[in-house]
Write a new protein. Sequence first.
Length: 135
Amino acid sequence: MPASLKWLAGLFAASVVAAIVAGGAMFAQSRTRTRIMAEQVSGGSSAAGRVAIAAYGCGSCHVIPGIAGANGQVGPPLTKIAVRASIAGKLPNDPAAMTRWLEHPQAVVPGNDMPEQGVTRRDARDMTAYLYTLK
């Protein structure tokens, strides 16, 4: 292979690597911005929310991205819950409604399939923060 082609191939390979690195950095920045915004609007911690979601066993009924073993088929999947228009088909999808729903689903929509789990206000805020990262 002529030297000029080797140089061109090396330049192309370096460009591909740079594009992959830049794309990864942009993805990481986007996820960080999403997490920060979710925590600001909910008043919770998404990291603590992830722990609370697992502790309350939400994944036994729901598919929840990022939660180990959360592959339940009883309730709706919570993928992209942050961009849905409503919660339980009845409530506007906003942080206050999400928190209220997680704390007392039977009081909000009597007779629905989601059981009361005794979720505390703090845990509900944290869980809301995590769920609002799912875009």
